[in-house]
Design a protein around this ligand. Sequence first.
Ligand code: BG6
Ligand code: MG
Length: 290
Amino acid sequence: VERTLSTDNTKKMSEAICSFANDIRNTKKPGYFMIGADDNGKLDGQTFTDEQLRSYAGLRNSGTILPPPAMMVYKETFPEGEIAVIEVQPSEDTPVRYKGVIFDLDGVLCSTDELHYQSWKKITDRLGIKFDRSVNDRLRGVSRLKSLDIILEGSGKKYSEEEKLSIASEKNDIYRGLLEKMTDADCSDDVRNTLDFLHSKGVLLAVGSSSRNTPLILEKTGLRKYFNAVSDGNNITHSKPSPEVFLKAAEFIGLVPSDCLVVEDASAGIDAGYAGGFDTAAIGAAYGCE
Ligand code: BG6
Ligand code: MG
């Protein structure tokens, strides 16, 4: 329970039961989730009221574990204390705790992060500015113009606002040229299978991306049809780490942030999810960030 992402106790329990039900999925045997003992197996002297047991049983119908596994809740009494037992039956159907999942686009649903890199690299080579993959990682989730400001930190020269707009527009032309060549094959089977799986569980799906090119990418890769809503650089005033893009995505699918998971490859995106009150899953370049 302590390893779960949520801070809310009911959600922590639901999340733990959900992971537990997944762990025992192929065992064909029930699993026993016990409360009231320490890690060393010694009872910690707790007692459980009927109301508490009913609230554990109620987790099954709380709507946070979908579909709910078959569960039975009871307590065993010993001289040293009591143990509450949640007996969970393995189910073929993997339970999912979230009602909605919001996916970042570039670097999560497809590898357009690499195309951003190639496009900026062309420009920086021409301008003689040092630009490598570690600088590129700092651009993840950040708007086009903010990205340019980060890149220009590596140049001794001061650029006017007009020059910056022209460089950003040149980069976007190169980038869109690369996007035009994208096809269905630029989205992996793993991504499609994940989206299909979540959809089959009734989980609502949204895109939350800072990119203004989101519509073009979704069209080229054939990904648009998987999503109930799209929130992107065209409907926000602040890019990540502001939570705006994710809050809008949650609003578009009619859910509150605490019912959604945000999937991100940018630390700015993880900050944005956290600031918006979402649980976050960090992958790729963001993996391991706090
Ligand atoms: C984000 C990317 O998704 O979109 C950033 O991670 C990029 O690297 C930002 O700068 C804006 O993208 P675009 O396509 O509007 O230039
Ligand atoms: Mg990204």
